[in-house]
Design a protein around this ligand. Structure first.
Ligand code: FES
Length: 55
């Protein structure tokens, strides 16, 4: 599933980055530019990062 349409970042990509040590939306943004265009994906992306970090 694509989370960030503008930058074409999928939930799978986010999961991979969390597995590699990303702990925040800022970390994901640094690697993928997620959320740097329209910003609509930020809430959902943050939720996914939190959820993955809780597990
Ligand atoms: Fe992520 Fe637009 S959907 S910046």
């Amino acid at each position: 599933m694509i989370v960030c349409i503008c930058k074409r970042v999928s939930d799978r990509e986010i999961r991979r980055l969390v597995d590699e040590g990303a702990t925040s939306l800022a970390d994901i943004r640094k690697e993928t530019e997620l959320g740097t265009q329209c910003g609509k994906c930020a809430c959902e992306a943050r939720r996914i990062v939190r959820e993955l970090n809780d597990h």
